[in-house]
Each structure stands twice: as structure tokens, then as C-alpha cells.
Design a protein around this ligand. Structure first.
Ligand SMILES: [Zn+2]
Length: 275
């Protein structure tokens, strides 16, 4: 197990979504649909980034998630499904689409060895068509199965024509379910099963030397989520979502933990991290 390889992680905000705050931080109260913004005052609306990660790893170039398709600028209705149009107002400044950010960094989609999808919600896969030239596009088998079964929450047109490759979580020493997929079989990139927000939600642990970084996708929306144990508004299993959040809280106290990054945390700046 050699994990002494330098890993560079570009944190990229690939657009924004204006959503009800209860989508990120589950609201108490009497409105069970608060997260949709229905019957809620606009004062509850917050703008959240859609973060993608470009990971330069000695064994391959990895992109995590896609953010919005540039098409949302001209035809948001066509580019997004009904659910997504209802949940969020879309913003994609010029130059901020994942494909545009890649090109700025000197890459084409065909340079991506692995495009890892944390889950198949629209805000994570909207840009897939522009990145379909990636060598491998990976999603957990559990997530793809769940997405095929739920056409209301998932917008299948975003991925149905794409050559998705599924991976299966294996028994592992890490993760809330002790299930993970070790991408390079050396412990340096672990795709960890962290269900609750969706059934097949995948977080990534990136490890180099004696340190690691956790990209926790939508398990949490910011540090507040794991410090105060606030579940996301949208969950397929509250019990699993809670277990996944507890696991993050536990990891956050590990001295080897260099940082935990959620996919929609506006307090995190775009930056390059060297691990
Ligand atoms: Zn999301």
C-alpha cells in the first residue's frame, strides 16, 4: 500500500443554485415540503455553489461531478427537469461551466481518466453531455438503479445516452457502512458509500502520506451539518443520512484529516490544494 504520492485538488464552483435553505438544512416546522420552497417566503432562499473537483493524481486525472450544462444559460427549461426547475434557480456565469474551467486549466474531456459521479441528481450531472468524452464515467451501481426507478427526482435525459460504468462498493475499513471502492487499489482514492441523501451517494477519501481529505458530496452542506447534525432536506433514508453525518463528525476529529469539503458550501473558495 503506497499512498505517498502528491495529489493536487482543484476546487471549482461550476455554477450556483438558488434554493430554499431547507433543502440544505432540514427545517423543523409544519411544512414537510419546505425544501421545495413551496409555500415559503423568498427570504429563505440561499445561493449555493455546485462544486466540482479536478484531481491530478499520479495514476490518472479525475473529475468529480459536472455542475450545470452551459445550455442552462439559454434554455434553462429544456436543460433541466421539472424537479430541478422547481427546486432551484440556476446561475452559470461565463467561464464557470466545468468544461470551460477544464479548458482554462489546459484539459479536454478526453484527458479525463475517471469522471466520478457522486450521485445522479441534476445539479451533479447536468453537464455530462459536454464531458462524455471522458475515458471512464463512474457511478455506483446502487445509485444508477435507484435513479432508474425514480423519474421524478432524477432527470434521466441527462445520463440515459451516456456510457456510464457502474462500480460496486466492497467491504472496507472506512465509511459509515464499511463499504467503499478503492479506485487504484492502493488506498489513495476511496469511493465511499455514504447513503442517506440518495441511496448510492458516494464520497471520496483522498489520501497521501499520513493525511487525507474528504469530499463529502451532499452528505453535509457545510461544517454546520456535521457539528449540529442537521440532515439535508432531501433524504431517501433519514437513518442512513444520520449515520453518514455521524461518520463525518467522527472523521473531522481525526488529526490526519486535512479538510472536509461539501459540494454546496459557499464559504469554501475556489482553490488548489496539494495533498
Ligand atoms: Zn447536490
Amino acid at each position: 500500500m503506497s499512498t505517498n504520492q502528491e495529489i493536487k485538488i482543484h476546487i471549482l464552483h461550476c455554477g450556483f443554485a438558488k434554493v430554499d435553505e431547507a433543502l440544505a438544512y432540514r427545517a423543523g416546522g409544519l411544512n414537510p415540503l419546505a425544501f421545495t420552497g413551496l409555500l415559503r417566503s423568498p427570504k429563505h432562499r440561499i445561493s449555493l455553489p455546485l462544486t466540482c473537483y479536478l484531481i491530478q493524481h499520479p495514476k490518472g486525472l479525475i473529475l468529480v461531478d459536472t455542475g450545470w450544462d452551459p445550455l442552462v444559460r439559454s434554455s434553462p427549461g429544456k436543460a433541466l427537469g421539472l424537479m430541478q426547475s422547481m427546486l432551484s434557480k440556476v446561475q452559470l456565469p461565463e467561464g464557470k461551466a466545468a468544461i470551460e474551467q477544464l479548458s482554462r486549466l489546459g484539459y479536454q474531456p478526453a484527458d479525463i481518466d475517471y469522471l466520478v459521479l457522486t450521485h445522479l441528481h441534476a445539479d451533479h450531472v447536468s453537464g455530462l453531455k459536454t464531458l462524455s468524452g471522458a475515458k471512464k464515467i463512474l457511478v455506483s451501481d446502487i445509485e444508477l438503479k435507484a435513479a432508474k426507478r425514480n423519474p421524478i427526482v432524477y432527470t434521466s435525459s441527462m445520463w440515459s445516452d451516456i456510457n456510464l460504468e457502474t462500480f460496486s462498493f466492497q467491504p472496507a475499513e472506512t465509511g459509515p457502512e464499511n463499504l467503499a471502492f478503492d479506485l487504484f487499489k492502493d488506498g489513495s482514492v476511496q469511493l465511499v458509500s455514504t447513503p442517506g441523501h440518495t441511496a448510492g451517494l458516494t464520497s471520496l477519501i483522498l489520501r497521501s502520506g499520513d493525511q487525507f481529505i474528504l469530499l463529502c458530496a451532499d452528505v453535509a452542506y457545510s461544517e454546520r451539518s456535521w457539528k449540529e447534525q442537521v440532515l439535508p432536506g432531501l433524504t431517501t433514508s433519514r437513518k442512513k443520512a444520520k449515520r453518514s453525518l455521524e461518520w463525518i463528525a467522527h472523521l473531522s476529529k481525526d488529526p490526519a484529516c486535512r479538510g472536509i469539503y461539501a459540494s454546496h458550501d459557499g464559504s469554501i473558495a475556489e482553490q488548489l490544494i496539494t495533498l
